[in-house]
Design a binder for this molecule. Structure first.
Ligand code: MSP
Length: 513
């Protein structure tokens, strides 16, 4: 089995500081990267910034700064955000780096050599905000202003000499590929959207601009810069040292396991990118997953709408792990989700502080009084113990399968129900009434500790920092986590020390409580 896993986030425009939508893409990708790592995979996790194009050039001009200096500053805030979000990325790419520019120019030459590029003239609509070309039927009139129907962003008319990519040539091959690889575009609803778009007819794509200079130059014609999306998408292979196909990174990690993106940039990833790759005879990524949006009110958060929630503010108020937990649990993955402070506080109080944190405290406090803070020795489990323990054994392969389908909802629901059952088990078994039956008391404590361990291992990809703290109970740390072991019932060794730990999550006093 291929034990390499390559996951990418979109590379972010450093046109403004990061917001919750960006944090969401990154946190979800980090969840998958960490899950795969504890399951024994060799993981490459890439994120970065998309720094060329007119959008960035204009943003820099507005501030009167040289575009590269401007990008240096904002790219740095994205790098810092990666740290603040505790991302376990193994690389951070900037499209202004030489390694990237070289790959983009090489890819261009390959497309040209294969007769997929020709010089002509573009006249049509362009949105600088989306860095996208739109056809007449995708444009609507809003109070006398032409905007893209899909994104609502303003479009401008451009007419200039431009190189074109023969996208139309790839229409049938793309449709054929989508049919033969039904999971390639996920979730299903997104696939339908893309298939309909391609069936509607693909026109050749303008892939160079002449009217501005902030970009990678077209080889052998420095009057043109390469279209920013051709430039940006290539990051996924420039970070693996393409065109050196014998490079270890490229050999191990291409094709990517999954490009995680927001649904608004599906067309670029599921139509243009595969067509470029096919034309260059490079294998296609295994999956493009388009997640939903984080809404603020009922609208997508964006700078132009002025409804941005700052992830840093939320983290400063509540901490990082509650935010990670909340986004993973409450935004049904694949769909849009509304973010609410009230629900975030509920998650902290009920799931994290009560069901998880308090269970850890109760069981260790009980073990302190009754088992001298040692893992107790046991004789055998009874039916009740086995029911709660076996839940993990029986579901291990299902958990793996569901994660390979990006079914985060299954994963979090499994944890929530396991926590509920663990608390119920400890309450129902009433170990405090078993002081005369030491064997039974020990077995209940052992079973409870094992369940806490299993749940903690599973929670690690969601709340890594808190789990590092929780694992001190067993003198373990996150490096010891191995998913396979949630199937075993004898991981904890009798006689080993148990430690008391500080409170993991403080309850929030709610105003309406
Ligand atoms: N630079 C391009 C991506 C190039 S990838 C080769 C881009 N950048 S972006 O900064 O505008 O957006 C990056 C990602 O953030 C996209 O996946 C987008 O969907 C996501 N989000 C931006 N706002 C969002 C929400 N409000 N909610 C969830 N994600 C959204 O597009």
């Amino acid at each position: 089995m291929d034990k390499n896993y390559y996951i990418t986030t979109p590379i972010y425009y450093p046109s403004a500081k990061p917001h919750m939508g960006h944090a969401y893409s990154s946190i979800i990708a980090d969840f998958f990267a960490r899950f795969k790592r504890i399951d024994g995979f060799n993981v490459h996790f890439l994120t970065g910034t998309d720094e060329h194009g007119l959008k960035i050039q204009r943003a820099a001009e507005n501030k009167n700064i040289d575009p590269l200096k401007f990008c240096d500053q904002i790219s740095q805030t994205f790098r810092e955000l990666s740290e603040t979000l505790n991302l376990s990325n193994t690389d951070f790419i900037r499209t202004t780096e030489d390694r990237h520019k070289k790959t983009v120019q090489h890819l261009w030459s390959e497309l040209e050599a294969n007769d997929d590029i020709y010089l002509s003239k573009y006249s049509g609509w362009y949105s600088v905000s989306d860095e996208a070309f739109y056809s007449e039927d995708e444009i609507v009139d809003k109070n006398g202003i032409k905007v893209s129907e899909a994104s609502g962003s303003i479009v401008e008319w451009i007419e200039e000499e431009s190189y074109f990519f023969r996208l139309s040539k790839w229409q049938d091959k793309l449709l054929d590929y989508f049919e033969k690889n039904p999971e390639f575009i996920s979730p299903k609803s997104r696939k339908n959207e893309v298939v309909n778009f391609v069936k509607g007819g693909l026109k050749d794509l303008s892939i160079s601009r002449k009217a501005f200079s902030w970009g990678i130059k077209v080889p052998n014609n420095s009057e043109h810069v390469i279209y920013v999306w051709l430039d940006a998408l290539t990051n996924y292979i420039s970070a693996l040292n393409y065109p050196d196909r014998s490079d270890t990174l490229f050999k191990n990690f291409w094709p990517a396991s999954v490009h995680l993106i927001g649904k608004d940039i599906l067309r670029f990833h599921a139509v243009y990118w595969p067509a470029f790759l096919m034309a260059a005879k490079i294998p296609l990524p295994k999956k493009i997953y388009g997640h939903g949006w984080i809404l603020s009110g009922d609208e997508k958060m964006s700078k132009s709408k002025g409804n941005i929630l700052d992830p840093i503010d939320i983290i400063n108020t509540y901490g990082l792990d509650p935010l990670r937990y909340y986004l993973i649990k409450e935004v049904s993955f694949g769909n849009d989700g509304n973010i609410s402070q009230d629900r975030l506080e509920d998650c902290i109080n009920s799931d994290l502080a009560n069901n998880y944190g308090n269970l850890c405290q109760r069981v260790t406090a009980f073990a302190e009084k009754n088992c001298s803070l040692k893992v107790p020795k046991i004789k055998n489990f009874n039916e009740d113990d086995l029911v709660v323990l076996n839940k993990f054994t029986e579901n291990l392969s299902v958990i793996r399968q569901e994660i390979d389908k990006q079914n985060i909802n299954f994963y979090i629901n499994f944890i929530v129900s396991a926590l509920f059952e663990a608390n119920k088990y400890f309450n129902d078994q009433e170990p405090w009434k078993k002081k005369d039956d030491k064997d039974r008391l020990n077995t209940i404590v052992y079973t409870s500790l094992e369940i806490i361990r299993k749940i903690s291992f599973m929670l690690y990809p969601i709340i890594p920092d808190s789990i590092d703290k929780a694992l001190k109970i067993f003198n373990l740390n996150s490096k010891d986590i191995n998913l396979e072991s949630i199937a075993s019932h004898d991981y904890l060794k009798a006689g080993n020390d148990i430690n008391k730990i500080d409170i993991l999550f403080k309850k929030i006093e709610k105003k309406n409580d």
